[in-house]
Ligand binder design. Structure first.
Ligand code: PMP
Length: 428
């Protein structure tokens, strides 16, 4: 790692817990010190030491069109001139709400917030208010931000740091969060039976990004839909990662399953801090001031965030072909990695959908947290470092998905596959 990044990391630790503002950034799971990023353009990140990397994380998803995408930058600059926050309604936030409801039809009404965490916290509050019930079901290894109710067997940085259940979450809160393994309908049926009439919501990532990329098995999402219909439980798809990525209408469009509520983030901010939650009008009418469930935000619908997000969504809506390009890029990278595994005689598991994928260092099928944990995290750490040395910036944990962007051209794909083959050969 470069000298400037090392110096900054040492300095940061004097002022910031662990030197970072979000745990997984600390590179704890992969060894070494984190890179401090100075700027980014298109497919590249540039660190403080002026090293250049092909970015496979894209700010954990939002930069689906590559960094500093011009139409987004232009809109932000234009909006900036009128000042940055009013704490009052704006025309832009109405455009934003309209485009979200057009692209994700199950979202009839939507409320903007400032992060994915706020979106999921608010969504379950509304589901509880709407149903008059307290309990929720979440799945082991799914991450829904750092709200208390979700820091129970949580994925992403929580598993990476070995802290899937956080101190500070009270027993009172934890008792209302029921847990089931992902992809196991029977476990959900049993929980629902044992807590009849008490469950407000089932929340899940329709494709998991937070224990690495894990796909729903055939019939799983439909099975959950059926259980929710029978028991009048609110089905919440947390599409903070998958929204506008796996299809213009997210995973719900791709898999053809309609949730009652959806949480969004990442892409709808175009890189600015944004989240949103929405769903059936009948449910969203419970949100204050239309209804009794309180939820608010000084900076919610912030003009800068709305400018970036709206420009991004507008571009996506007007250029649906970009999904074909994302699919092809994903396919080419994943099949290239698989070819290298075969050539090298290695049997590792690749999970992939569209522009999300994870290579797990295990020969087991990865379908839930238990199987995800069968991966060799030490080997992943070596792979990460070998790729970084070759100019490819992967997510610094096995329990994260990678996110591709439309900025990846043939030359980048070639460089990724070359680095991948060399890295896999080096670490065995
Ligand atoms: N839900 C999911 C599925 C996520 O992946 C994340 C963050 N990666 C969140 C919620 C929380 O979003 P934020 O970090 O913006 O609070």
């Amino acid at each position: 790692m470069g000298k400037k990044s090392a110096k900054l990391f040492a300095k940061a630790q004097n002022y910031i817990p662990g030197g970072v503002n979000s745990p997984v950034r600390a590179f704890k799971a992969v060894g070494g010190n984190p890179l401090f990023i100075k700027k980014a353009k298109g497919a590249y990140l540039i660190d403080e030491d002026d090293n250049q990397y092909i970015d496979m994380i894209n700010s954990w998803g939002p930069m689906i069109l590559g960094h500093a995408f011009e139409p987004v930058e232009k809109q932000v600059r234009k909006t900036l001139k009128n000042s940055f926050s009013f704490g009052a309604p704006t025309a832009l936030e109405v455009d934003m709400a309209k485009i979200i409801t057009e692209m994700v039809p199950s979202v009839e009404k939507v409320r903007m917030v400032n992060s994915g965490t706020e979106a999921t916290m608010s969504a379950i509050r509304v589901a509880r208010g709407y149903t008059g019930r307290d309990k929720i079901i979440k799945f082991e290894g799914c991450y829904h931000g750092h709200g208390d109710s979700f820091l129970i067997s949580a994925g992403s940085g929580a598993i990476t740091m070995g802290e899937p259940d956080s101190p500070g979450v009270t027993k009172g809160t934890a008792k209302d969060t029921l847990l089931a393994p992902y992809n196991d309908l029977e476990a959900v049926r049993k929980l629902v039976e044992a807590n009849k009439g008490e469950i407000a919501a089932i929340i899940l990532e329709p494709v998991v990004g937070n224990m690495g990329c894990v796909l729903p098995e055939d019939g799983y999402l439909q099975g959950l839909r059926d259980i929710c219909d029978q028991e009048k439980i609110v089905l919440i798809f947390d599409e903070v990662m998958t929204g506008f990525r796996l299809a213009p209408g997210g995973a719900q469009e791709r898999f053809g399953i309609t949730p009652d509520m959806t949480t969004l983030g990442k892409i709808i901010g175009g890189g600015m801090p944004v989240g949103a939650y929405g769903g059936k009008a009948e449910i969203m009418e419970f949100v204050s001031p239309a209804g009794p469930v309180y939820q608010a935000g000084t900076l919610s619908g912030n003009p800068m965030a709305m400018a970036a997000g709206y420009a991004m969504l507008k571009h996506i809506q007007e250029n649906p072909n970009l999904y074909k390009k994302l699919e092809e890029t994903g396919e080419e990278i994943v099949s290239g990695i698989k070819d290298s595994l075969t050539e090298l005689g290695l049997v590792y598991t690749m999970n992939h959908v569209g522009s999300m994928y994870s290579l797990f260092f295990t020969n087991q099928k990865v379908k839930d947290l238990e199987t995800a944990k069968s991966t060799n995290t030490e080997l992943f750490g070596k792979y990460f470092q070998a790729m970084l040395k070759r100019g490819i910036y992967l997510a610094p944990s096995q329990f994260e998905s990678l996110f591709l962007s439309t900025a990846l051209k043939k030359k980048h794909i070639k460089a990724i596959l070359k680095a991948n083959r060399e890295s896999l050969a080096e670490i065995q």
